[in-house]
Design a protein around this ligand. Sequence first.
Ligand code: C2E
Length: 348
Amino acid sequence: MSTDVETSLRGPKAYDLARKALQAMEANQVWPTALNFELWVHYVAAQDTPLAAEINALIEKREPFTEALGEQLAAQFLPKAKLNGEILEAGQTLSKELDSVSRAIESARESSEAYGQQLANASESLDGEDAQAIKSMVESLTVATRKVREENHALESQLHDTTAELGRLREHLEQVRRDAMTDALSGLANRKAFDEALDRACANASGEPMTLAVIDIDHFKTFNDTWGHQTGDQVIRYVASVIDRNSPSPRVSARYGGEEFAIIFPGESARNALAVLEAVREEVSSRILKRRSTNEDLGAITISAGIAERRDNEGPASLIERADGALYASKRGGRNRTSCADPVAAAA
Ligand code: C2E
């Protein structure tokens, strides 16, 4: 959350703000998920923000607040601040750790220097001294040695703590990075992760086949209007789960847009991809989903897909365009089917 809202949620008006957010969510039929709560707390906290303007416009248009829309708003208005906050916090912890390590190293260095000086003084004053003087010198050297040993021990334990803290920090940042690349509703890679994976796959594909498939849920809007957006969200999760099961690594499956998905097939031809897409399509339509609130049958869900195998030196934009073209051919051909941008390649 932004710092202002964070502060308000710990101040005297905290519960008032939280209550207002929940009331606004209920009035607009928004599920009280953590993400939605964050959005709506920002919304009620300040009306002169781009987020508030956007939400007000959506309320006016009577646009349903689907989970997909919530994510879109959050991606547009929230995560930068959140991510920046996380990174800033991690950076501050890191610099604190580094400060304390450098202080410990400095103190160990000073002790060693003092110890060296003491040894030098001792060896100078040894000349011509009697047994008593040597004894007291040895004693003072023993004290100095103990001090250095203690300093080294403290330094070791400091380094141990710092290493553990850096490990925790690395794990936390890895989790933040994973969250930033994952679509919260479907659990698949999000659009940003997809764009990066497709760039990488195209760059690494020299000489190897590589294929892209795009998938769209048929009549999704009508489905949403008939059964409500919460059920629509469940359908997105269902289709995503079938796609995910059929796309083990190195394939990359992503939610590409609202009800659109994509699969990248590194090292695979259009023919392989076609077999996978046909399996996904059949599995999706084979199950009769139930509306959870009423147990009514929702009817069969079908999907349409388009496939394009990368041509020599072809870039991501052109590949997406050709796969999209094939998807529209599937839609035009009556839906619930898969088309290839280059049918000869798929048949080969
Ligand atoms: P979810 O509700 O979180 O369920 C996750 C997984 O738990 C399901 O993966 C399935 O393996 C198991 N599961 C959940 N409920 C049941 C159940 O009543 N019976 C059985 N045998 N297994 C169950 P799956 O099947 O891949 O579904 C993924 C997601 O797709 C579900 O997430 C849900 O959001 C949606 N979904 C699947 N089937 C239905 C359905 O009939 N109605 C609705 N509304 N959503 C469904």
